[in-house]
Design a protein around this ligand. Structure first.
Ligand code: SAM
Ligand code: F3S
Length: 471
């Protein structure tokens, strides 16, 4: 592309609209990954943009941020600093910040990073095309971190199949206000997408060949979607309808909250074969004193009872969770109570974090009094025990036949195929490329640290994908 010198600086002319490219860097959870894909879809529809493989070849750089822990937030400004250098070489480069840090900081980001052109929150990402047009016409920074509730769902581009598995957002925000968590302040209160709209999206995806959906939200089982007759559907009813959709074979969801896990949802595990035997159910702590200070609204006993009730419906359930260690005031006894719960319940691969005080949350007012070396020791111990439990789950899978949704060539050996089991493990095996996008029955032959190895088994009606036993 020809270049011109303006005020002694090399200035490339703006490329024609159709060739503009966007590069998106995503920090944080699956919700953010989903949102980043929607940003790319929106800019493709409005500006004909394609996705760039690297920041160097992009005309627009977007950072989708996370503020759940301090570390994630700190990464934002160091990333922006690196992009600033690209902008010094190319002043037409547009830099945007979306996600939870944008929502929290708003235009304060501009005082630290004045070269940023766009700031938008999780609830205004559908306005991104409009905001970008504003940057191109006014050459002024555009900021919109408002919470226009359902509007976001009304402006989603039509669903597009990208593989055999897809995410479908069913609700946004969270109204639980756990005392440590920033999410209700950055993503707003819970609001649910309309029931018919969720079903229509899943039907459309299934018609395009999607075989597995993950229903997404901060708190999916708080779902209360309006139905066309004026009634409200809860999450259990939504699952029952989704499971009736032809062509769709596997349903996952994340994340759910123990308090919203009603009997109707427990019963679904006895009735719906398409629902995977894998559940992510964050517990955070096994100490009732800490759970109460976190405002989780359940006890260790009621969590255990809930898991027992679900396992009565689905004995092979594999359970993963989130844990926080070093919450203000956590004593050795509190931590021991967490370890008791871990030993008693048995978890599959899980997430555990050192407590990170988030400004503006109630817990940030409490003294962060557990010394860092103790927090680290507790985290290491917890992770070691959970990793050992997860390895036992993998080892018990050796010799079983697992139903795997084949989604790509294997990373280690492109001549092999890779797919996910019901309990979300990657299994690698030799097989024909014709299996991509389809389910295959795979005999597990070896359990590795992060994946499984297997052998394709000719499909037989008597094959079983269920685990031999629970953890
Ligand atoms: N909706 C989920 C639930 O039911 O708990 C949680 C969503 S949150 C974004 C993901 C996880 O981040 C939480 O489960 C918690 O373990 C962790 N987390 C949130 N705030 C944290 C903080 N201030 N410090 C450390 N970990 C935190
Ligand atoms: Fe955060 Fe608690 Fe909601 S962890 S996302 S406030 S359920």
């Amino acid at each position: 592309m020809p270049v011109a010198r303006v005020n002694g600086r090399v200035r490339r002319p703006l490329p024609p609209l159709v060739t503009r490219k966007v590069f998106i860097r995503t920090f944080g959870c699956q919700m953010n990954e989903y949102d980043s894909n929607r940003m790319a879809d929106g800019l493709r529809a409005s500006h004909g943009m394609t996705v760039a493989e690297s920041p160097e070849e992009a005309d627009v750089l977007l950072l989708n941020t996370c503020s759940v822990r301090e570390k994630a937030q700190a990464k934002v400004f160091s990333q922006l600093g690196r992009w600033r250098e690209l902008k010094e070489d190319n002043p037409d480069l547009v830099i945007g910040v979306g996600g939870c840090v944008a929502s929290q900081e708003g235009d304060a980001i501009l005082s630290r990073a004045p070269y940023v052109d766009l700031i938008f929150g999780p609830q205004t990402l559908h306005r991104l095309p409009h905001l970008l047009a504003g940057v191109y016409t006014s050459r002024q920074p555009q900021v919109d971190v408002s919470f226009p509730e359902l509007e976001k769902f009304d402006h989603l581009p039509p669903p597009r199949k990208e593989g055999a598995a897809a995410f479908v957002s069913i609700m946004e925000g969270c109204s639980k206000y756990c005392t440590f968590c920033i999410v209700p302040y950055t993503r707003g209160e819970e609001f649910s997408r309309r029931f018919d709209d969720v079903l229509a999206e899943v039907v459309e995806l299934a018609e395009q060949g999607v075989r597995e959906v993950t229903l997404l939200g901060q708190n999916v089982n708080a779902y209360r979607g309006s139905m066309h007759g004026g009634d409200q559907a809860d999450f259990a009813l939504l699952l029952r309808y989704v499971s009736e959709i032809d062509g769709l074979d596997r349903i996952r969801y994340t994340t759910s909250h123990p308090v919203d896990f009603n009997d109707r949802l427990v019963d679904v595990y006895g009735d719906l074969d398409k629902l995977v035997s894998h559940l992510h159910l964050p517990v955070q702590s096994g100490s009732d004193r800490i759970l109460s200070a976190m405002k989780r609204r359940y006890t260790a006993h009621s969590y255990r009872r809930l898991v027992q009730r679900i396992r009565m419906q689905r004995p092979e359930l594999s359970l993963s969770s989130d844990f926080i260690v070093g919450f203000p005031g956590e004593t050795e006894d509190d931590f021991e109570a967490t370890m008791d719960l871990v030993h008693g319940v048995g978890f599959d691969r899980s997430f555990s974090f050192i407590y990170s005080a988030r400004p503006g949350t109630p817990a940030a007012e409490l003294p962060d009094d557990v010394p860092m070396d103790i927090k680290k020791r507790r985290l290491a111990h917890l992770q070691e025990v959970i990793d050992a439990q997860a390895s036992r789950v993998s080892e018990r899978m050796v010799g079983t036949v697992q139903r795997v949704l084949v989604d790509r060539p294997s990373k280690k050996d492109p001549n092999q195929l890779a797919g996910r089991t019901d309990n979300n493990r990657v299994a690698n095996f030799d097989g024909p490329a014709a299996l991509l996008g389809r389910f295959a029955d795979v005999v597990i032959t070896e359990a590795m640290a992060n994946s499984l190895r297997g052998r394709l088994q000719p499909t037989h009606p008597a094959t079983s994908s269920r685990l031999k036993a629970t953890a």
